[in-house]
Design a protein around this ligand. Structure first.
Ligand code: HEC
Length: 186
């Protein structure tokens, strides 16, 4: 091997050594975005299924209802938060940098989601045969705000909420988080 070829080979090896971690990093970021977007899509599917049962467009099946609630539950809280750790602003992602500047509120929305999802799961467990009247929202139920517009603690409030109300609160949690932490599509 002459000197030129040797130098070339050395350069190639050095370059490969530098390039590899960069590529891994890009790949890891891509995987993060794919994983979290795919979790979000699964939650949307689960929410659509539950919505259909409340609307009566799909017949009530407590097992499917429960599975859907649990599908959201296991993607909420710390699982959701973990998808957006560090700098969540990555190419191909709609995550907003607000997640970094206002992380506490983001985490609390992720936890609220789990509170509502878990309450829906136990509602299905308690109602194996039919979506009964006590699962329905009552006239005058206010979504989002407690008496006098005071925000109540979701973990406490959910205990006295019919399932349909908890479901509306769950959807509102999706919407609140997106409004603040997801970049607009266009
Ligand atoms: C705590 C915040 C938070 C909550 C709660 C939340 N999301 Fe998201 N969601 C996001 C963020 C941030 C993105 C953008 C992720 C990205 O592009 O990397 C997103 C993206 C999405 C997407 C688009 C995924 C794609 O393919 O690009 C869907 C659909 C979605 N969410 C549905 C839901 C549903 C349904 C719920 C409630 C059951 C929910 N989300 C709850 C923060 C949240």
């Amino acid at each position: 091997m002459n000197f030129k070829a040797c130098a070339f080979l050395l350069a190639a090896i050095t370059l490969a050594g530098i390039a590899a971690p960069v590529t891994n990093h890009v790949l890891a970021n891509e995987n993060t975005v794919v994983a979290r977007q795919s979790d979000m899509k699964s939650m949307a599917e689960a929410a659509t299924l539950i919505d259909g049962m409340f609307k009566g467009t799909t017949s009530y099946d407590s097992e499917l209802f429960k599975a859907a609630a649990e599908s959201i539950y296991k993607r909420s809280g710390s699982a959701l938060v973990a998808h957006f750790e560090g700098n969540p602003v990555i190419f191909g992602s709609k995550a907003s940098s607000t997640i970094m500047s206002q992380r506490e509120k983001f985490d609390s929305l992720a936890n609220d989601l789990g509170v509502y999802a878990s309450s829906l799961s136990s509602a299905a467990q308690r109602h194996p045969d039919a979506l009964t009247q006590d699962m329905r929202m009552k006239a005058g139920d206010v979504i989002g705000l407690g008496p006098f517009g005071k925000k109540t603690d979701p973990a406490k409030a959910v205990l006295s909420m019919p399932a349909e109300h908890a479901f509306h609160m769950l959807l509102q949690t999706c919407t609140s988080c997106h409004a603040k932490y997801r970049l607009k599509t266009d």
